[in-house]
Design a protein around this ligand. Structure first.
Ligand code: FES
Length: 165
């Protein structure tokens, strides 16, 4: 039986070891079609985010310009160049949610958390992001917190939702 009291080994992995692991992934994927996106996905999974030094490392190993890597990183919202907090709050700004007050929810969260969209609270607890439709349009506006969806959110409800975390 595995010893569950031991923390995961990857928590103790150094940056150098993470880069080495990402290097192996690059070697494995580099000749496959659409490899850059896959590599960036896996690299973000290992490192947690895609800082400039990691983008430079990937560009160098793939022998492509850094601008190509940073272009993909900034184009897709699921890539992040900053470390994410423990919980990621995503506010839906799809049409239904936008019309029913999504933007107000964003403004209120910015005020409560004291951060702008794309940033993380200083204590590392929450990151704030926006996204397109999360499939709850009938009960808009909706937000998700680390994957859990909250529907018909209003300013009062917001505070009690955050208190759960
Ligand atoms: S537009 Fe927000 S859930 Fe669809």
């Amino acid at each position: 039986m595995p010893d569950k009291t031991k923390s995961c080994e990857c928590e103790q992995e150094t940056d150098q070891q993470k880069f080495a692991r990402i290097g192996q992934i690059i070697d494995e994927y580099k000749d496959k079609e659409g490899s850059l996106i896959q590599i960036l996905h896996l690299a973000q999974g290992i490192y947690g985010y895609l800082p400039l030094e990691l983008q430079q490392f990937i560009a160098g190993r793939l022998d492509i310009p850094l601008s190509k890597v940073s272009g993909v990183t900034t184009f897709y919202s699921f890539f992040t160049t900053k470390p994410r907090g423990e919980y990621t709050i995503r506010v839906c700004l799809g049409t239904a949610c936008y019309v029913r007050g999504g933007k107000k929810i964003v403004e209120q969260l910015q005020e409560i958390l004291g951060v702008e969209v794309g940033d993380t609270t200083p204590d590392g607890k929450f990151s704030l992001e926006v996204m397109r439709c999360i499939g709850a349009c009938g009960l808009a506006p909706a937000i998700s917190i680390s994957g859990k969806v909250y529907k018909q959110v209003n300013p009062d409800k917001l505070q009690s939702i955050l208190e759960k975390y």
